[in-house]
Design a protein around this ligand. Structure first.
Ligand code: ADP
Length: 427
């Protein structure tokens, strides 16, 4: 950079010297004239002004007026004439700027010129101070920038070090409650820290959900496994006769089925979670699906619940096997949580860009504080009223809906019933 400044300032100085030279010659030119082929030099003519020296020469390089008492005089005198052109020459190892201007009125044959010249070293001296000051200013500014940069980089590296330390701590003790501390002085660092903290929030949430999930699975499996073990012990301990064995085997079978159902549901989840389930997309007629699901459920529902269908066209594209699971779950829940002799309304139709299946019951309803949680795995509002279920139906339904780009909405009032609606995008 300094070299560049030096080159540029040299070019600027050279330009300035040439301009000065030109101006001085122009001024002095007013003090000479040709009258009847005679050269008239007025008293104001200056042979030297501001380090610029003047000669009057003819076109054969003979000096007509002026002198320069220097040992380079001869060299300067013998330079070829270049009218109105300032140029640099080296004479006796020193740089000079020379300019010739023809004197107005001088004849073609006997042409006279003013030759002005200036020694660079003489001109330079007046520029050196300015150059030195500008160098000092530049060095000063560079020093200030350097100090600021050092200061800033130190502050930034301290902030980044803190971030790394927190990340290391979280990594080593898996304490997800820690967050990266930052101040708002450096916007980019604050943005980075906030993004990391948001990521930690999500990771903490996922960790907690995973811990909750593991404990829920263990809890759900423990009961049937304990029953199976108790029955085995009972049957092994004493002779309980054929009937006793059959009873024990029946209990073991029922509990094993429950375990199997839990495992199957969990596997379904994990496949859907890991995107291992490829949707077998085909044309879905929701009217047909609802009718066939309700028909088979109605046959099994001996509790006397009446399923009333209100069908309007609803066609889209999706995985028929998965959508059947959703409809089955919603209708089974509606029946499960209705009073005997009650009714359940199932309707289909379209709403803006969506097709829907709505299952409305007039059963026990859901307390508002439970509404957010019923889509959580293993969540049951009241286990005493639902011995058969294990809280995996609704989360599975929601996952399937989401896989199809849809959603499940629920409205419920305690004592008045609930309405679950599956919305799928219309295609
Ligand atoms: P479950 O196998 O226990 O039915 P779900 O995930 O399907 O599991 O439902 C979770 C919980 O949501 C149920 O245990 C129940 O408390 C509540 N629930 C679901 N559907 C209804 C409904 N139609 N009426 C009242 N409560 C319901």
């Amino acid at each position: 950079m300094l070299i560049m400044i030096r080159v540029l300032s040299n070019a600027a100085i050279e330009y300035d010297i040439k301009q000065d030279l030109r101006k001085e010659i122009e001024k002095n030119l007013q003090n000479v004239s040709m009258e009847n082929r005679d050269l008239k030099i007025s008293e104001d003519f200056l042979y030297e002004n501001d380090n610029v020296h003047f000669l009057i020469i003819d076109n054969e390089l003979q000096i007509v007026a002026g002198e320069y008492s220097d040992n380079v005089m001869e060299e300067l005198q013998n330079l070829a004439i270049k009218n109105k052109t300032s140029h640099a020459v080296i004479c006796d190892g020193e740089k000079y700027y020379v300019r010739d201007v023809r004197i107005q009125g001088s004849g073609i044959k006997n042409c006279l010129y003013i030759r002005g010249f200036i020694r660079k070293a003489d001109a330079d001296s007046s520029y050196r101070a300015i150059e030195l000051i500008s160098y000092l200013c530049i060095v000063g500014v560079l020093c200030i920038i350097l100090i600021c940069e050092l200061f800033l980089s130190k502050r930034i590296s301290t902030e980044l070090k803190n971030m790394c330390q927190t990340a290391e701590q979280i990594g080593s003790n898996l304490d997800m409650s820690q967050r990266i501390k930052y101040n708002n002085q450096f916007k980019e660092i604050a943005v980075l820290a906030q993004a990391n903290n948001r990521m930690l929030d999500r990771m903490e949430q996922t960790f907690q959900m995973q811990e909750q999930f593991t404990s829920d699975v263990a809890h759900e499996l423990r009961t049937p496994v304990s029953v199976v073990m108790a029955q085995c012990q009972y049957a092994r301990g004493k002779d309980i006769g054929r009937e006793g064995y059959e009873e024990a085997l029946e209990v073991i079978y029922r509990q094993s089925r429950k375990i199997e159902q839990i495992i199957t549901q969990l596997l379904n989840f994990s496949r859907l979670d890991q995107d291992r389930v490829q949707l077998q997309e085909e044309l879905l007629d929701l009217v047909e699906i609802v009718e066939s699901v309700c028909e088979s459920i109605q046959e099994k529902a001996q509790g006397g619940i009446l399923l009333r269908l209100h069908m309007q066209d609803a066609v889209t594209v999706g995985d028929i096997g998965l959508i059947i699971i959703v409809v089955q779950n919603l209708v089974t829940n509606a029946i499960k949580f209705s009073e005997k002799g009650g009714q359940v309304d199932v309707s289909t139709g379209t709403e803006q860009d969506w097709v829907y299946v709505k299952v409305r019951d007039y059963g026990i309803g859901i307390e508002p504080e439970h509404l957010e949680s019923i889509f959580r795995r293993f969540y049951q509002c009241d286990t005493s009223r639902n011995a058969e279920g294990f809280g995996l139906g609704l989360p599975l339904c929601e996952k399937i809906a989401q896989k199809h780009g849809g959603r499940i909405e629920v409205v419920s009032e305690v004592g008045k019933g609930s309405a679950f609606t599956l919305y799928l995008p219309q295609k």
